[in-house]
Ligand binder design. Structure first.
Ligand SMILES: Cc1cc2nc3c(=O)[nH]c(=O)nc-3n(C[C@H](O)[C@H](O)[C@H](O)COP(=O)(O)OP(=O)(O)OC[C@H]3O[C@@H](n4cnc5c(N)ncnc54)[C@H](O)[C@@H]3O)c2cc1C
Length: 447
């Protein structure tokens, strides 16, 4: 078995074990990290000097109560399996990322967000309880009322606080999984900023696709997509299914280049009529357009891709967005998928979650070596200067300084880290920073 991250930009790993081979004594003697389905883009799901705990066979749905919408499952259960089980019963995930091929454990450990963050916050806000295996304390039930500090540290804790073995999550009742979509084609970034608050106020879901290659007056043109589930009960237009097509091998070169992107962006923008219109869209197309092509990450060739996701305060949202997009253009890089969204004010129950109020911009770049890393560092600088943060579970190369500026309270997670758990990301960032601040050392000395 080999293990990659989705960006295919860190080494492929081979050493793994299954959760049923573990107990606290075994864990205490080794170095481990849970591995869900490898949909994180960089090295936060890797531990090259230790073993990955492969969760994919721990995938049983244990119970579903249609009265309360509460589902209990093993942590390796994929969101796609939950959807197949609950959609025919009139339920949907309250929060879903842009792929359904992630595990429940991975969704909790990264406290993932979806297109409705402004309404329902993060995935962690819908977790009733979880069972955690630790090397020092064995199996523990954690919830907002039981082992609550460990519960908060585990939501968004990137697998560092122990192994989540099972979880109880609250699902959302919907008339249909399909949605009524409102599309607004906008010709420049100013139009997005004029209309985004109204879309958030009116719709459960809201997100914008941006043509990152458009310049001048058209800079930041794109499509704003609002959507809602209908309240009347109806079955969705298409049943749950896997990808229709899969990329069978890694081509020798990157196929997602500037020329192909320019054509793709123009067609994608023009396929929508100017102005605003409504239509009913299948849940697969609205929530998971990329899932229709299996292993699409292989199209980036042997060197893979980097994703850069940042969040920055609303106050300077317009100017920061423009600076980030212009920076990518000046560096001569084209982003295949550029997504802009406004996070809401919901506080995550997680200690270490990425979402915070403001705008979040996601850019995907083919890995062209040192030039791409230089661009990503320039993007980091813009984000940090704006008072923002860079997403750790999309990252494979941010500096320790960028990490600390993004998560100044990271030491609170280190306190709860199970010493049997470590990731390559944590070693590369947190572990090269002083464990104590000067203030903490002074306080300790004073006691
Ligand atoms: C196409 C695509 C679209 C995406 N869209 C979004 C999006 O809209 N919003 C968003 O937030 N993210 C998004 N992501 C990122 C993805 O949702 C997260 O990285 C997710 O956490 C991956 O889950 P996984 O099961 O693949 O876990 P992995 O990537 O394998 O692991 C993720 C983390 O969880 C930990 N972990 C896994 N299982 C357990 C467990 N049982 N116990 C404890 N820790 C565990 C791992 O150690 C690791 O730190 C997207 C990714 C892709 C490829």
């Amino acid at each position: 078995m080999t293990y990659e991250s989705w960006g295919r930009n860190s080494p492929t790993l081979r050493r793994s074990c299954t959760p049923d081979s573990l107990n606290s004594e075994v864990m205490a003697k080794g170095s481990f990290l849970p591995y869900g389905n490898g949909r994180s883009y960089g090295d936060s799901c890797h531990n090259k000097d230790g073993r990955l705990i492969d969760m994919r066979d721990a995938n049983r749905i244990l119970s579903f109560d249609e009265g309360s919408g509460v589902l209990t499952c093993e942590a390796g259960t994929l969101l796609s399996d939950i959807l197949a089980h609950v959609i025919p019963r009139g339920f949907f995930l309250p929060v879903t990322p842009g792929t359904r091929f992630v595990t429940v454990g991975g969704a909790i450990a990264n406290d993932v967000h979806g297109k409705n963050h402004h309404v329902r916050g993060t995935f962690g806000a819908h977790v009733e309880s979880l069972v955690l295996l630790r090397s020092d304390r064995g199996l523990l039930t954690c919830s907002p009322s039981e082992n609550s500090d460990l519960f908060a540290a585990t939501i968004g804790g990137m697998g560092l606080t122990g192994l989540i073995t099972r979880a109880k999550i609250r699902l959302m009742r919907v008339g249909s999984a399909d949605v009524r979509q409102r599309t607004l084609r906008f010709d420049g970034i100013d139009d997005y900023f004029t209309r985004c608050a109204e879309f958030d106020d009116m719709h459960e879901y809201a997100v914008a696709w941006i043509d990152q290659l458009a310049k001048g007056r058209r800079l930041g043109r794109g499509l704003l997509l609002g959507a809602d589930h209908p309240s009347e009960r109806s079955q969705p237009s298409r049943p749950a299914s896997g990808p229709k097509l899969s990329i069978p091998f890694v081509p020798p070169v990157n196929l997602v280049n500037r020329a192909t992107l320019k054509v793709f962006n123009e067609l994608f923008f023009r396929k929508e009529r100017a102005g605003e219109h409504w239509r009913t869209v299948s849940w697969q197309s609205y929530f998971y357009p990329l899932d229709s092509i299996g292993r699409w990450n292989r199209l980036y060739g042997p060197r893979g891709l980097f994703q850069h996701q940042s969040v920055y305060p609303e106050m300077n949202g317009h100017d920061t967005t423009v600076r980030l997009m212009e920076c990518a253009q000046v560096h001569g890089h084209a982003s295949f998928l550029t997504v802009l969204k406004r996070f809401g004010a919901h506080r995550s129950p997680g200690l270490f979650s990425f979402p915070r109020p403001g705008f979040t911009l996601t850019l995907d770049f083919a890995n062209q070596g040192a030039d791409t890393v230089k661009l990503l560092e320039a993007l980091d600088d813009i984000v940090i200067a704006a008072g923002g943060a860079v997403n750790p579970y999309k990252d494979a190369r941010m500096s320790a300084a960028t990490f600390e500026a993004s998560f100044p309270d990271w030491r609170a997670l280190e306190v709860h880290r199970d010493c049997a758990m470590i990731s390559d990301f944590w070693k590369r960032t947190a572990m090269v920073l002083p464990r104590q601040t000067a203030r903490m050392a002074a306080l300790a000395a004073a006691v």
